[in-house]
Design a protein around this ligand. Structure first.
Ligand code: NAI
Ligand code: MG
Length: 494
């Protein structure tokens, strides 16, 4: 038996593309401006990236429009679109280590997470949707009278996609997968913090043979490049993942052109541990559900409700585990936690830690910056948290866990649902009835039972309430990328 020895540390990859992709060409911005992208582990500039704004967005949208209306893409059979998508997935797999290292460099996430989670999930998502490309179909509809009526699912057109920095490449796959499978064309704006993996992926898409203009990439900032995409009359749809306040701006700005909108926003997800649960599994799930990806997950289990009778034992064990987390160089395979993505996020999180203490919660571990270089924050746990404190109500998006105590099912259900969010929730119990009772009562788009953060391309994901509009992934994710057309034709009388 041979075994491949994994290296202890990975190297930063070579940066290949830093331009704006329009058609099949990576170019400078019309304005000539660039912006720096920073390595959050060292605070050093990685490279300059072309900074797109309204002029570049306009060129990209024109390219996408032409590809949609007249290009080979608009005449391509679904099966051939699927083949291209599978080819892109194969290329991403071939370059898995390079793409993973790009994520680690630009975002700061541990290389192990990028290699074991972000990349495999992104590749799987593309393959999953590649399988749908030749299975997009309508119905025949029995209507009254002498008519033949059927429906078709047609692409929406040019899709503007605006994505965040927490899972840069995975968000690309979630957005491209359903859009490409259904025959749309794309202008994507990656987050200003993490543009590099999206640009490399777009280069691989050209290598796979996607026709020019099907995928266009405009790196830049939200209020300029992002806003131009939202306002552009030739963009038919915006798919956005990010902050709720940004979604509100987008919704207002999209009103003039009545764009289709789908939103995947934040959360304050309850993770509920009953006394009858497998406590060791629940402790591991609580740690993973919050600290994974430096706490920068929209579905982070940031409100940990623990039943009173096991609270103290649970907290003690969880603190012990939390203190063992390994922070450091994200390129080191031993590292479990890297830096936060940037100074702004670091400051925001430290502000919440201060407010948690000021409002009377107990910071039982962590609470400080880790080291003196990079945006690292110690894994932080608060106990004695009450529902009205800021750390129990607002999305922190960092390694800060709030533990709340509860007495019974009715009470915890009411408290868990008492939030403007509704993205995810989890329940830990050995009682099957209680599990389903809770799963039905919780107002959230995803409920995990005795597990956390289990994602699959086939399982729909999205938010109730202010956590979003529409669903991504699964068959449900396709609906957001098609227009339904009804065709009715007169038939000779029977
Ligand atoms: P954001 O919502 O401002 O940024 C997300 C994307 O939207 C980026 O590509 C950005 O350039 C773009 N954008 C920003 N303003 C825009 C505008 N006016 N028009 C069009 N596009 C615009 O989120 P940000 O500032 O990066 O993070 C702030 C907070 O948002 C985080 O602390 C976290 O609480 C939350 N967040 C939630 C995410 C999620 O997955 N639900 C992901 C990222 C952030
Ligand atoms: Mg912002």
């Amino acid at each position: 038996m041979s075994s491949v020895v994994e290296p202890r540390t990975f190297a930063a990859p070579k940066i290949r593309q830093t331009g704006i992709l329009i058609g099949d060409e990576f170019r400078s911005s019309v304005s000539g401006k660039t912006f720096a992208t920073v390595n959050p582990a060292t605070e050093e500039v990685i490279c300059q990236v072309a900074e797109g704004d309204a002029a570049d967005v306009d060129l990209a949208v024109r390219a996408a429009r032409a590809a949609f209306e007249t290009g080979p893409w608009s005449r391509m059979d679904g099966r051939d679109r699927g083949r291209l998508m599978n080819k892109l997935a194969d290329l991403a797999e071939k370059h898995l280590d390079e793409l993973a290292a790009l994520e680690t460099l630009d975002n700061g996430k541990p290389i192990n997470d990028a290699r074991a989670a972000d990349l495999p999930l992104a590749i799987d998502c593309l393959r999953y949707y590649a399988g749908w490309a030749d299975k997009i179909k309508g119905d025949t509809v029995p209507i009254r009278g002498d008519y033949f009526c059927y429906t078709r699912r047609e692409p929406i057109g040019v899709c503007g996609q605006i994505i965040p920095w927490n899972f840069p490449l995975l968000m690309v796959a979630w957005k491209w997968g359903p859009a490409l499978a259904t025959g749309n064309t794309i202008v994507i704006k990656p987050a200003e913090q993490t543009p590099l993996s999206c640009l490399r992926m777009a280069e691989l898409a050209l290598e796979a043979g996607f026709p020019p203009g099907v995928i266009n990439v405009v790196p830049g900032f939200g209020p300029t490049a992002g806003a131009a995409l939202v306002a552009h009359p030739q963009v038919d749809k915006i798919a956005f993942t990010g902050e709720g306040t940004t979604a509100k701006i987008i919704m207002r700005e999209a009103a003039d052109t009545l764009k289709r909108l789908t939103f995947e926003l934040g959360g304050k997800s309850p993770n509920i541990v009953f006394a009858d649960a497998d406590l060791d599994a629940a402790i591991a799930g609580a740690e993973f559900g919050l600290f994974f990806n430096q706490g920068q997950c929209c579905c982070a289990g940031s409100r940990l409700f623990v039943e009173e009778s096991v609270h103290d034992e649970f907290v003690e064990k969880l603190i012990r585990r939390t203190r063992q987390r390994v922070l450091g160089n994200p390129f080191d395979t031993e590292t479990q936690q890297g830096p936060q993505v940037d100074q702004a996020q670091f400051d925001k999180i430290m502000g919440y830690i201060d407010r948690g203490q000021a409002q009377g919660a107990n910071c039982v571990t962590g609470g400080q910056r880790f080291g003196n270089r990079g945006y690292f924050i110690e894994p932080t746990v608060f106990t004695n948290v009450h529902d009205q404190m800021d750390i129990a109500r607002e999305e922190i998006f960092g390694p800060v866990l709030s533990i709340l105590k509860f007495k019974d099912v009715a009470e915890v259900t009411q408290r868990a649902n008492n939030t403007c969010y509704g993205l995810a929730a989890a329940v830990w119990t050995r009682d099957v009835q209680k599990a389903h009772q809770m799963a039905h009562a919780l107002r959230a788009g995803t409920v995990w039972v005795n597990c956390y953060d289990v994602f699959d391309a086939a399982a729909p994901f999205g938010g109730f309430k202010m956590s979003g509009i529409g669903r991504e992934l699964g068959e449900a994710g396709l609906a957001n990328y098609t227009e339904l057309k009804t065709v009715t034709m007169a038939m000779p009388p029977r």
